[in-house]
Design a protein around this ligand. Structure first.
Ligand code: UFG
Length: 329
């Protein structure tokens, strides 16, 4: 029996595949390589290139492989893009998940660990954000992830599918050996953007607004190391395999860092005086997002070990330095 990783050639999914294989799980990967990279697929995973929206393709994989559980990372995930191309997000994310659930029903697969996001909460009324906070997404991306969560939960009632939904805060870092890492095109996330500026791949980092109601005026986010994030997925998978109930968990560090603090730490890690310029606010950015991850610690026994901000940035730097052009080596 294998674990099926949907989106296993992407940034977060590829880290999941590596850790599952480290722990001895047989792994099947599906990815359409729209944003994923062939070079990110673990050589020991059985890889099928194709789209989760294709019933025929999905059925052919489920017929060939014995799938025990699914980790679902296959989605479009750019907030800005989701506002100008909302239907692409409903199609790929929501409709894609519908096909995944159909396959789970038809092939009696009962467990799914789902990649969700802090974007389901929207502008928080209280910080730190607990899983009980109101879900009021302010962008299409968050709306589609919330719809996917709800679709899965209705399928629990109808077909007995058990799920764990993990709401990520800001994921960064890379596997310690720098073999796999973050490679988006275009890159929009703060930490890789700052490191690209350190490498001279872009002239400067633009700070999107310094007039927020935060200590230094720049936005505060909760950064979580991708390796710790994946450790929580494997704990969630084991919880389901041991008969645990369906559940939702936030994954963050419960600590906030401002954009200026991230740039300052990146300067210290790289030893490079990274050029910075001030820019306008980016529309839709909440000023402060910090997770309460107490529930994941208590219920999953999750204990993040690499999530110190210096560690996150130095692991990311290790990847970027070794692979300045990402997977195009
Ligand atoms: N930022 C800059 N300059 C840049 C890039 C980002 O100042 O060049 C700032 C942003 O304004 C924001 C912070 O850095 O304040 C972090 O921005 P990211 O784009 O790295 O991440 P977000 O917080 O916007 O988004 C993250 C995830 C999304 C998820 C969202 C949940 O990447 O997938 O959290 O709110 F939806």
């Amino acid at each position: 029996m294998s674990i099926l990783v949907l989106g296993g050639a992407g940034y977060v999914g590829s880290h999941a595949v590596y850790q599952l294989i480290d722990q001895g799980f047989p792994v099947v990967v599906i990815d359409n390589l729209q944003t994923g990279h062939l070079g990110a697929v673990h050589p020991e995973a059985r890889f099928y290139q194709g789209d989760i929206r294709s019933r025929e393709f999905m059925r052919s994989v489920f017929e060939k492989e014995k799938i025990e559980a699914i980790l679902h990372f296959a989605a479009n995930s750019l907030v800005g893009e989701s506002m100008v191309e909302p239907l692409k997000y409903f199609d790929n994310n929501v409709y894609g998940t519908q096909i995944v659930l159909e396959m789970m029903k038809d092939f009696s697969v009962k467990h799914i660990v789902f990649s969700s996001t802090a974007a389901v909460y929207g502008e928080p009324k209280e910080v730190p954000i607990t899983e009980e906070a109101q879900t009021m997404p302010t962008n299409t991306y968050g709306e589609t992830k919330l719809a996917m969560e709800k679709m899965i939960s209705w399928c629990e009632q109808a077909f007995g599918i058990k799920y764990v939904s993990l709401r990520y805060f800001n994921v960064a870092g890379s596997r310690e050996d720098g073999q796999i890492g973050e490679d988006h095109n275009p890159e929009t996330h703060l930490i890789p953007v700052v490191l690209e500026a350190a490498l001279g791949k872009r002239p400067a980092v633009t700070i999107f607004g310094d007039d927020y109601e935060t200590e230094d005026g720049t936005c505060v986010r909760d950064y979580i190391h991708v390796e710790d994030l994946i450790a929580a997925h494997i704990l969630a998978l084991k919880l389901l395999q041991q008969g645990g109930e369906s559940s939702i968990f936030n994954l963050g560090s419960s600590q906030g860092f401002s954009v200026k603090e991230i740039v300052g730490t990146a300067k210290a890690v790289t030893g490079i005086d990274i050029p910075v310029k001030m820019g306008e606010r980016r529309s839709g950015d909440p000023s402060t997002l910090i997770a309460s991850s107490e529930k994941a610690r208590q219920v999953l026994g999750w204990n993040p070990t690499r999530t110190a901000i210096h560690q996150i940035i130095s692991d990311a730097w290790n990847w970027h330095k070794q692979n300045p052009n990402g997977y195009q080596r």
